[in-house]
Design a protein. Structure first.
Lengths: 294, 535, 319
């Protein structure tokens, strides 16, 4: 978004390579993508490469020790390696973000398609419940739900994921409505193409762009929600680490002022991750925006 | 248009701010000296209600104890001092009658004298079947009640002998210490003259509780729901006027307590594990010039309850032997606590010295588990509830201790109600629970009594309960001690719970305040009228 | 369709939404594997008989559906019930907490508007300049910053290092409750709550202003020789309002969710902290009461937004 696209693009043969090209010119998005890929790589492979252990107490060093050669970020209050917990916490935070966004998408997109294409009864039911969900603070529903199901990574992914569907449904619904009135859809319908094929062949591809953007938005939001929940003590629970619950443990003025290695890394990582995802979303938006081609 | 919109928004905001800024607060009544002495006490979670008998929440007791009077003041060393009652005695022949003589100087905050009728009235309320009374068990030992509810066919066991004397008659002979420390600990006396005309059905929702009147050292002034209770000193208090003008109980998130003390927003913490200095902040607190810090040994203990229906006795004994209590106390708690051999501290006068040293032998324990044929392929659940960070952190350490003897456990963290439900129903394997402890050695008996709802370990064997019963019906230290020594040994053998540690109460207060004794805070005894305030 | 029939129609369609929310929360709350009795009788000497008596008194022994309809009829009769934890009427408990939350969220909104609108407008007015980079950077970091993390950092900076602001509560303890004291306590929480919205509003504002600034009537206004300030405020901003108002309505639920967290950090005695306490104590009547209030709040907010559209742009008709 910082780049002003001076030159006027001549339509290229392939839409896709065109999009890719525009995306690759979007510097923040490329940086975001790079950061995110690096992060994913780190949280997936670092534990294996460095043989990290997030749950064993090291009785040889003081509990709550400062950074040292053996423990890069020191140890926590029960003698576990903080660096390992930070990396494993990243696994949890990233997977909550990505998996719950996938769940929201998988639930929301079909519902939106049905509501937009078939209209009538299902439209009312689906869109009304979307309104209901969207007009009520998700945070409060999530809190109640988590207290019902018991806090664990899986519940949290499920809960955040399932409560995220209305945004996708609304988006798709709107898109389907406008796409349905397009000439080529009318034409397809006129030659007797089945509803299912129309949905899959003509309408779904058109919703690709907005869904992708909404996906990045949801993933970023889910990461923030998980960390906020953990911060309230209702999120991912010990002994499993997440960036949110590492920060939850850091809520004390001594830790804040004297042991910054406990809270700065997860805090910064959280901000950078969300920032990168937002940049990617922005890049996708710019790259797919048809207005820009003209 | 848009400018108007902003104006409207700003206007609405200002009006509401003014409302909250000015309407609720009464103007401070400055004393003759011009400067008020204000004491602010911090706790981490809010009080629930001002109805003393319908709560079991320690945070509520903090406030109740300031507004209302209890009959006596209890100390952790086992001594009892006068409060509303200036003297008391038990009928030595039968051990079924306790008589309290009230202090004739005691007055309600409205000036009316406190009489024995008030005590009887309070007891009648607590036994009234039409009122919700969470503390019903505290009235159950007396005649004329059945399970704590008034039995109309029988004479009520609590009656006023004269204006100042009240007599309690028990169904079973019981020792005086047990009665004072367990039954009367939370007996707050209520004003008959203000409550007697309120229909019982609407008593709990009456306006009285929104502006309660008691006879305690502080008068209720105002509250901000969930944030503070503001009280003024009862200068006519019969045990002496408090040395402050105002007393404020504030709710402060645990993480902000030390900064509050440093900034002077808070003067004292409520202690007793409802308002402590977090362990992480302890070193920093000790360095503060303006604060007095104390690491107070506490009667309260933490234990791991073991479901005896699922885990056989040999394995329970092995587990008791496998727990590295030294690591819990020295490493996790930085030495601010004590390993627990059982429910009583080694310096408790009823402690059985044969329990020491606490056995710790991982190899032997491992062999015991292996020999017992216990299913170690299965993953068991260790339940822990949120809210006590030390306890939460102890769970992964216990998990590792158990792993060393071949028992795999998964930590399941939930909120406290969920854990309580599971433990009461017996739907768990291991659970971490705490108790406040007591100078009375019979405090833990309920938890191992078959049929009682708090029999968390689902014991079937009555022998522990029987020993407790015998101890309850012996009345002197010398006669009681053998029973409780046996009781402690049997606990060690049956291991319904494996005791972990007694955490010290980490507390701090402003140097300007003195003469306060934190050791007794766990017994809801803060004796604020004795505090000296040099502000 | 005139304004009034529109309002009535909207209110009617809000009823199913409202009922949906209550059913959802009620069923969820009653599914919890534990009951309010556990906490009420969290005492070593509690007895099973007394718990059973209380359970009956509260109607907890009845099927959830019946409990729900009982609750609903009471609600329609204007009775929100009595808290199990505090014995106080739910209505009273909630009414004590509404004002702090309204002020917190209101001032957070105000801070957001005051900071974001100028930045967003300037970013759009002078795109690809320093103005744009600074405000866009701010907006990205702002929206990526979880508010509790911002809270930690700000408490560290302002309460521990600089000691300018208090860490918690609404007033100090002098007994007097004055407006300056209140504002002093309000600054940090409202700013923390505002941070994410600031990020989001700058983006929204920049986007819609950019679009408007390219429109014909803005060019015309410029061509007429109007001063730039007038062009910006009279013509451009006026038309950019509509997407901003709809932004507001989508933020409302987030704002309340954020308030829950912020109130916890700063010990602010609002609806959010009441909700957290009530969930922990399984205090169903209060959980339901707060949910109902928030639902009403959001529904009315949305209705107002729809009405505002009409005020802002006379071309919009109510349908």
């Amino acid at each position: 978004m910082f780049e002003k696209n001076e030159k006027v693009d001549i339509p290229v043969d392939s839409y896709f390579s065109d999009v890719c090209q525009r995306f690759s010119q979007h510097k923040p998005a490329m940086i975001g993508l790079l950061v995110l890929i690096t992060e994913i790589f780190l949280v997936v492979f670092l534990p294996i490469l460095m043989n990290l252990d997030q749950s064993t107490t090291d009785y040889d060093v003081l509990f709550g020790s400062s950074p040292s050669g053996k423990h890069i970020l020191g140890t926590d209050d029960i003698g576990r390696d903080i660096f390992a917990r930070f990396i494993y916490g990243g696994r949890v935070s990233l997977s909550v973000g990505i998996l719950s966004a996938i769940i929201s998408m998988l639930v929301g997109v079909p519902l939106g398609l049905i509501a937009g294409y078939y209209r009538g009864f299902w439209e009312t039911v689906i869109m009304r419940s979307a309104d209901t969900f969207m007009s009520f603070p998700a945070m409060i529903l999530i809190m109640v739900l988590v207290s019902v199901l018991g806090p664990s990574v899986i519940t949290i992914i499920l809960v955040i994921g399932l409560l995220g569907w209305p945004r996708f449904a609304r988006l798709i619904y709107g898109n389907v409505l406008s796409a349905s009135s397009m000439d080529y859809v009318e034409a397809a319908r006129a030659i007797g193409t089945k509803n299912g094929s129309i949905l899959l062949k003509y309408i779904l591809p058109n919703t690709f762009a907005p869904v992708l953007i909404a996906f990045t938005f949801r993933a970023a939001q889910a990461i923030i929600t998980e960390s906020a929940l953990s911060f309230l003590g209702m999120g991912v629970q010990a002994p499993q680490a997440s960036w949110g619950n590492i920060l939850y443990d850091a809520q004390s003025i001594s830790v804040l002022s004297q042991r910054p290695w406990l809270w700065v890394p997860p805090g910064i990582a959280l901000v950078i991750t969300v920032l990168s995802i937002n940049f990617i979303g922005d890049g996708v938006r710019d790259a797919l925006d048809t207005k820009m081609v003209i | 248009m848009n400018r108007n919109l902003v104006k409207i928004l700003v206007g609405m905001l200002m009006v509401s701010m003014l409302l909250s800024g000015c309407s609720q607060g009464p103007a401070p009544a400055t004393g003759a000296s011009g400067k008020q002495k204000i004491v602010t006490m911090a706790m981490t979670a809010p009080w629930d209600t001002f109805v003393p008998f319908n709560t079991t929440n320690g945070n509520t007791d903090v406030v109740l104890e300031l507004i209302y009077d209890k009959l006596t003041v209890l100390n952790t060393d086992g001594t009892v001092k006068p409060r509303l009652a200036k003297s008391w005695s038990i009928d030595e022949a039968t051990h079924t009658k306790i008589t309290f003589v009230l202090n004739e100087k005691a007055k309600w905050h409205d000036g009316t004298p406190v009489t024995a009728d008030d005590v009887v009235f309070t007891a009648e309320l607590m036994a009234n079947p039409d009122i919700s009374v969470a503390r019903r068990s505290k009235i159950a030992p007396f005649t004329g009640t059945k399970g704590g509810v008034r039995d109309p066919g029988k004479e009520f066991g609590i009656k006023a002998l004269d204006k100042q004397t009240v007599q309690f008659t028990m169904i079973e002979p019981t020792g005086l210490d047990y009665m004072l420390f367990i039954v009367f600990r939370d007996f707050y006396v209520l004003p008959k003259h203000l409550l007697k005309d309120i229909p019982v059905k609407s008593l709990l929702s009456d306006k009285f509780w929104q502006h309660p009147i008691g006879s305690g050292p502080c008068k209720f002034e105002s509250e901000i729901s969930g944030e503070r209770v503001q009280l003024t000193a009862n200068k006519d208090y019969h045990l002496g006027a408090p040395d402050f003008d105002r007393f404020v109980v504030r709710i402060v998130p645990e993480s902000n307590i030390l900064s509050g003390l440093i900034n002077g927003e808070v003067d004292v913490v409520a202690g007793a594990s409802i308002g402590n200095i977090p362990l992480n902040d302890w070193d920093m607190a000790k360095k503060q010039e303006k604060l007095v810090t104390k690491s107070v040994p506490s009667l309260g203990y933490q234990y791991m309850s073991i479901n005896t229906k699922r885990i056989p006795q040999t394995v329970r004994q092995a587990i008791n032997m496998a727990i590295n209590r030294d690591a819990l106390v020295n490493n996790l708690m930085k030495g601010e606590g004590l390993s627990a051999p059982g429910p009583l501290r080694p310096d408790h006068k009823y402690f059985n010295k044969a329990l020491l040293p606490i056995p710790y032998d991982v190899e032997k324990a491992k062999a015991m588990v292996a020999e017992s044929g216990f299913d170690t392929s299965k993953e068991y659940e260790l339940r822990v509830s949120k809210g006590n960070s030390l306890r939460e952190k102890s769970a992964p350490m216990l998990q590792q201790d158990l792993a060393k003897i071949g028992i795999k456990v998964k930590i399941v963290t939930t909120d406290h109600p969920t854990l309580l439900t599971a433990s009461r129903k017996g739907d768990y394997d291991f659970a971490l629970i705490g108790s406040w402890g007591s100078p009375d050695p019979g405090e833990s008996v309920m938890n191992v009594t078959p049929g009682h709802i708090n029999n968390f370990s689902q014991l079937q064997d009555r022998s522990l309960a029987n020993l407790g019963d015998k101890g309850l019906k012996a009345f002197t230290f010398e006669t009681r001690k053998p029973f409780y020594e046996q009781y402690q040994m049997l606990l060690r053998e049956q291991v319904p719970f494996t005791w972990l540690y007694f955490p010290n109460d980490l507390v701090a207060y402003n140097k300007q305040i003195s003469n306060l004794d934190y050791t007794n805070f766990t017994l809801h005894n803060r004796s604020v009228w004795e505090w000296k305030v040099a502000k | 369709m005139n304004k009034y029939t529109f309002v009535i129609k909207r209110l009617l369609t809000a009823i199913p939404t409202f009922l949906g929310i209550t059913v959802l929360v009620y069923i969820l709350a009653s599914l919890t594997p534990s009951s309010p009795l556990e906490i009420l009788f969290n005492d070593p000497y509690a007895t099973a008989e007394e718990m059973a008596r209380k359970s009956k008194e509260l109607g907890l022994d009845q099927p959830v559906i019946i409990q729900y309809f009982h609750w609903l009829t009471q609600l329609l009769l204007g009775n929100m019930g009595t808290s199990i934890r505090t014995n106080l009427p739910v209505l009273m408990m909630i009414s004590q907490r509404v004002l702090p939350t309204l002020i917190l969220t209101g001032s957070a909104m105000l801070i957001t508007i005051v900071i974001s609108l100028p930045l967003g407008i300037m970013a759009a007015y002078k795109p690809y300049t320093k103005w744009d980079y600074v405000s866009s950077g701010l907006s990205f970091v702002g929206s990526a910053m979880p508010n509790f993390f911002a809270g930690l950092v700000l408490i560290y900076l302002f309460c521990i290092e600089l000691r300018i602001f208090p860490t918690s509560g609404m007033y100090d303890t002098s007994g007097a409750r004055t407006l300056p004291m209140f504002l002093h306590h309000l600054v940090l929480p409202s700013f923390v709550l505002a941070i994410q919205m600031i990020g989001s509003l700058i983006r929204q504002c920049r986007g819609s202003m950019l679009e408007v600034l390219q429109d014909d009537y803005v060019r015309t206004a410029r061509a007429k020789g109007l001063r730039e300030k007038d062009v910006l405020i009279r013509h451009a901003l006026r038309n950019a309002w509509i997407p901003l108002v709809s932004w507001f309505s989508t933020q409302l639920p987030f704002l309340i969710g954020g308030a829950v967290v912020t109130e916890q950090i700063f010990g602010w005695p609002g609806l959010g902290s009441l909700m957290v306490q009530s969930i922990n104590a399984r205090d169903y009547p209060v959980i339901m009461g707060v949910s109902v209030l928030i639902a009403v709040f959001v529904l009315i907010g949305n209705l107002l937004v729809d009405l505002l559209y009409g005020m802002l742009d006379p071309r919009i008709t109510y349908e």
